[in-house]
Design a protein. Structure first.
Length: 258
C-alpha cells in the first residue's frame, strides 16, 4: 500500500459511516438531542449546556460550542465527519459525478428563543479519496489530519455562499477555491437536509482534486487570490457580494478533474 493511499485509508477508518449518521439524524437520536437543548434553553447562563447537549449527541458529533446565549437567542453548534459512497449520499442526478467514497462534514445547529427550540442538520462539504491522496502528496509541514479538516472547513465556508449565488440546488458546477498555495477543485451536488424542521434540497461542496496553484493559468491564479481573501473573517465581503463572486467563478464540470 502506497503512503498516500495509506493516508486516505486511515482517514476513512477514523470516521463513522454516513448511513449510520443519517439514520441517527432521522430517528430518536436527534429527537433526544433536541429535547436536551430545550431543557438547556431555560438556563440564563450556558455553563452546563455543552456537557448536557454533548452527552445527548452520543459521540457522533464534536463537543458542542455555544455561539450565542442571551434573552433573544441561544445558538449552539456541533459538527460531524462521516464516510460514504458519493452516489449514496447525494441525490440522483443526470450528470457525470465523482465515483467512489468521500468523507463528509455535517453541521448541526440548535437555536432557541422564548417560543421554540429548533435544529438544523446539513451535510455541507466533502472530500473524495482522490483529493485526500492529493493532499498527502503536497509538500507542507501541516499535520495530515489538520490538513484534511482545513480543506473541509474551507469548502464549508465556500458552501455558505451557494444559496446567494442564485444556483439551483440540482445545478452541478465546478469551482477552484484556494487552500494555502493549493487550488481545490470543488463540484456542487444536490443533497437532502433538515433546516429547522423543514426538509429541503441543498448543495454539498465536494472537493474532488487538489493541485498546486502554480499549475493554473494566470487568470485562474488571480481569481484564487481574490477568493482567498473572501474566505477569511476579515475579508468576507458579505453574503450578497460573496454570492455574486461565486456565481462569477462557476465553471462547467471538467470530467478529468473528478
Amino acid at each position: 500500500m502506497s503512503n498516500d493511499t495509506k493516508h486516505a485509508t486511515e482517514v476513512m477508518a477514523a470516521v463513522q459511516d454516513h448511513a449510520s449518521l443519517d439514520a441517527w439524524l432521522k430517528g430518536e437520536g436527534l429527537d433526544k438531542a433536541l429535547k436536551a437543548m430545550n431543557i438547556s434553553a431555560v438556563a440564563k447562563k450556558p455553563g452546563r449546556v455543552a456537557k448536557r447537549l454533548g452527552k445527548s449527541l452520543g459521540g457522533r458529533f464534536s463537543d458542542p460550542r455555544v455561539i450565542a446565549w442571551d434573552k433573544e437567542r441561544k445558538n449552539v453548534y456541533s459538527g460531524a465527519l462521516s464516510k460514504g459512497d458519493i452516489k449514496d449520499v447525494i441525490l440522483s442526478v443526470d450528470a457525470e459525478i465523482p465515483v467512489g467514497a468521500a468523507v463528509f462534514q455535517t453541521d448541526l445547529y440548535f437555536r432557541a428563543n422564548k417560543e421554540v427550540t429548533e435544529v438544523n442538520a446539513s451535510t455541507v462539504s466533502g472530500i473524495t479519496e482522490t483529493a485526500i491522496n492529493d493532499l498527502a502528496q503536497l509538500p507542507t509541514d501541516e499535520d495530515f489530519d489538520i490538513r484534511t479538516r482545513v480543506a473541509l472547513t474551507l469548502a464549508r465556508i465556500f458552501q455558505t455562499g451557494l444559496k446567494d449565488s442564485g444556483a439551483e440546488p440540482d445545478t452541478i458546477r465546478q469551482y477552484f477555491i484556494p487552500n494555502h498555495d493549493m487550488a481545490m477543485v470543488v463540484v456542487t451536488l444536490p443533497i437532502k437536509r433538515i433546516e429547522f424542521d423543514e426538509e429541503l434540497v441543498g448543495q454539498v461542496a465536494l472537493i474532488t482534486r487538489v493541485v498546486p496553484a502554480s499549475e493554473l493559468d494566470d487568470e485562474a491564479q488571480a481569481q484564487l487570490k481574490e477568493m482567498k481573501a473572501s474566505l477569511t473573517k476579515s475579508g468576507h465581503p458579505g453574503a450578497e457580494a460573496f454570492g455574486k463572486l461565486i456565481a462569477a467563478r462557476a465553471r462547467p464540470v471538467d470530467p478529468t478533474l473528478l
